[in-house]
Design a protein around this ligand. Structure first.
Ligand SMILES: CC(C)(COP(=O)(O)OP(=O)(O)OC[C@H]1O[C@@H](n2cnc3c(N)ncnc32)[C@H](O)[C@@H]1O)[C@@H](O)C(=O)NCCC(=O)NCCS
Ligand SMILES: Nc1ncnc2c1ncn2[C@@H]1O[C@H](COP(=O)(O)OP(=O)(O)OP(=O)(O)O)[C@@H](O)[C@H]1O
Length: 209
């Protein structure tokens, strides 16, 4: 039977559970690429994007060893939408280029389906790179609480990051599939198992290979 590696775009706002969901799919042997990881790669020392960022903001966004001070840059860009848009104009084309390469490799590979995990799947036009869109949905209050509990991000900054992202309803309206992650992690695993069956069937590969 002809087979095709489906590409599933997985999205959700900050602290919606993308990494947790990715780990559950990875345990089932599904390959993935994460746009947040790719965003880190394009600002590694020696990369042109880091030089552009340093030219605009100076030493205050660099650590002593020349690496990006992510917290300092985060504080700048989530306080000023025009700075965030500038940063996106520097990083997004480079992120996209790398994601396109990775997804092409997945399509040439043997897996029934593969994941592109991205908080900005819809906002950045990356949705055009995938076959289906899976939204991880949680109420905003849960996002804020989980962000503030997890990171060195205070509640006001968590709110600013949520405000810079697509509103929940709009994201849900674009979903082909939805995971509800307001409950516990056991509930999440059941939803991932059900989606795994659906995606294998869609790829023309019922059951495992
Ligand atoms: C501002 C930066 C340096 C902050 O780094 P930090 O390590 O604190 O956060 P991290 O990169 O892990 O991102 C955490 C979360 O913030 C949110 N976020 C990041 N960038 C953006 C953005 N441009 N717009 C809205 N939300 C964003 C996402 O939910 C992301 O999962 C960093 O997020 C960045 O370089 N952003 C621009 C690149 C980008 O848009 N990345 C998103 C993936 S394409
Ligand atoms: N169902 C759940 N119940 C309780 N805590 C959860 C649940 N799902 C995720 N979490 C916790 O919430 C936090 C955010 O989850 P995760 O890191 O998976 O989200 P994310 O969408 O990848 O976040 P980001 O994109 O902001 O890095 C983590 O600390 C995680 O352990």
């Amino acid at each position: 039977m002809a087979s095709k590696t489906l590409i599933i775009g997985v999205t959700g706002g900050i602290a919606s559970g993308k990494s947790t969901v990715t780990r559950a799919f990875a345990r089932l042997g599904i390959p993935w690429v994460d746009a947040d990881d790719t965003a880190r790669e394009v600002v590694e020392p020696g990369e042109p994007a880091l030089a552009e960022i340093a030219a605009r903001y100076g030493a205050r966004v660099l650590q002593g060893d020349g690496r990006l001070d992510r917290r300092a840059l985060r504080e700048i860009v989530f306080a000023a939408p025009e700075e965030r848009r500038w940063l996106e104009s520097v990083t997004h084309p480079r992120i996209r280029e790398r994601l396109v390469e990775r997804l092409a490799a997945f399509r040439r590979g043997e897996a029934p389906y593969a994941l592109l995990i991205s908080p900005l799947l819809f906002e950045s036009g990356q949705a055009a790179l995938v076959d289906r869109r899976l939204v991880i949905d949680v109420p905003e209050a849960v996002q804020i609480a989980r962000t503030a509990r997890r990171d060195d991000v205070d509640e006001a900054q968590a709110r600013a990051i949520v405000a810079a992202q697509m509103p929940r309803e709009k994201r849900l309206a674009r979903a082909d599939d939805v995971i509800d992650n307001a409950g516990d992690e056991a509930g999440l695993a059941d939803q991932v198992a059900a989606l795994d069956r659906r995606y294998r069937a869609l790829a023309g590969l019922p059951g495992s290979r």
